[in-house]
Design a binder for this molecule. Structure first.
Ligand code: AAL
Length: 419
């Protein structure tokens, strides 16, 4: 007798010879692709389920959520300070680091850089800096060892007055593909108000040092659904909320996957509500045949119901993500065999904000090898300041897994070899 679980909850009894059931495949993504799961005696033993005909809700959930398969995805993050220009500087905010590329033996990252005090909304001054990422530019830095970083200069600046990116450009991600570097980033057109909808823009270059050439128009915009209530600049007041990305399209992250360009992003909704333990945040994906687009939003969006800044990498033939803060599935690692249909693989005690992964790591060496180390940001809030008026600092994370102990740096491919 064996049990077949269809979807996440319906248990169906099937008469079957248990000897014919193949053992569970730990961390084998292909086993997640199947629409149903058959369970072996080894699975029940692993979960201490003595009688599969009498299972509690917790035991059914443990099977449905793969607690018997995914232990190799578990681990925890450690944090370290960085040196040189990435040491904390109270006068310069550096945040939202991109992926780290290794090019000819040198690490590169791109990030949001601002100066000046954040004043918030409602000052009456239309030029006042409303967020730590307002009036921002995208800069880049390099490092030989991943610890000591040298700021090299500006990569992308806001556009001329009247252009779609005339107020701020920030939260960059990078993709290197066939000798061209593509920066994707958020853009704001003035005025920057509570109800302002941002866009996602792209610039490209044949060198990581630039010069960068901007596309004339955004590659992604907020959905044109939802309706504000009244004319007050209050993004909580709506007649209807619209799609998951009716207000903001954030944290663009571009991957070359299955011969297409997958632009993963965070959506925020007009009239945002609180959801289980956090803000109403979901992720979507838009897919293009060519790196410059057009990017078509997936019909399956939203593809998560949790998370905040994006952390996305290819593992084997699927896509893995870390869902950071916000939502009922915050602080999880998830995996989708097709890049769309994500399942929870592991729960995490903490998750760094705005992780930038190291592209040159051998990500297929282990489920969490792509997380071996990378960059992230932290808020530094001196006494008397808030998260808005305090500083931002780029730091380094590493992922400690009891199942995977890599040789630091020595097993990295150079960027050129990996592309
Ligand atoms: C971050 C990211 C995006 C937002 C802002 C800067 O947490 O989600 O980048 O726009 O905050």
């Amino acid at each position: 007798m064996k049990y077949l679980l269809l979807g996440a909850s319906a248990l169906i009894l099937t008469a079957c010879n248990s000897a014919s059931i193949s053992p569970s495949k730990r961390s084998d993504p292909s086993s997640l692709a199947a629409p149903s799961h058959a369970y072996s005696q080894a699975d029940y033993d692993y979960l201490a389920i003595s009688d599969p005909e009498k299972m509690s809700a917790a035991s059914k959930r443990a099977l449905a959520r793969n607690y018997h398969k995914n232990e190799e995805w578990f681990g925890e993050f450690r944090h370290e300070n960085l040196f040189g220009d990435f040491a904390f500087d109270e006068d310069v905010s550096r945040r939202d680091p991109s992926k780290v590329l290794k090019i000819n033996g040198v690490f590169y990252t791109w990030y949001t850089r601002t100066t000046g005090e954040t004043k918030g909304f409602g000052t009456g001054d239309p030029d006042a800096k409303v967020f730590p990422w307002d009036h921002a530019e995208i800069w880049y830095a390099t490092s030989k060892d991943g610890y000591h970083w040298q700021e090299k200069g500006r990569a992308v600046a806001p556009g001329q007055a009247g252009q779609f990116d005339d107020r701020s450009v920030f939260t960059p991600e990078i993709l290197a593909h066939k000798g061209t570097y593509y920066l994707v980033y958020q853009a704001i057109k003035a005025p920057y108000l509570n109800r302002t909808k941002n866009t996602v823009a792209m610039a490209y270059s044949s060198s990581p040092e630039g010069p960068w050439r901007k596309l004339d128009a955004p590659i992604l915009t907020a959905s044109d659904t939802g309706e504000w209530a009244g004319t007050q600049d209050n993004h909580f007041l709506v007649k209807s909320q619209g799609d998951f990305d009716s207000h903001k399209v954030h944290d663009p992250t571009l991957l070359f996957y299955r011969n297409k360009f997958y632009l993963y992003y965070k959506g925020e909704r007009m009239g945002e509500r609180k959801t289980a333990g956090g803000r109403e945040i979901r992720w979507g994906v838009a897919i293009a045949d060519n790196p410059q687009g057009p990017y078509i939003k997936s019909d399956f969006n939203p593809i998560t119901h949790s998370g905040h800044e994006l952390c996305v990498w290819q593992y084997q033939d699927g896509i893995a993500i870390v869902s950071s803060h916000d939502g009922p599935e915050k602080q999880t690692i998830q995996f989708a065999p097709d890049g769309i249909n994500f399942e929870i693989m592991a729960y995490l005690p903490t998750v760094p904000s705005a992780m930038g992964l190291v592209e040159s790591l051998d990500k297929n060496a282990h489920p969490t090898a792509g997380l071996e180390w990378g960059l992230y940001h932290e808020y530094v809030i001196p006494a008397g300041k808030t998260w808005m008026s305090g500083g931002n600092q780029i730091k380094r994370f590493s992922f400690q897994s009891q199942y995977y102990k890599p040789l630091r740096n020595s097993d990295e491919l150079t960027h050129n070899e990996s592309n």
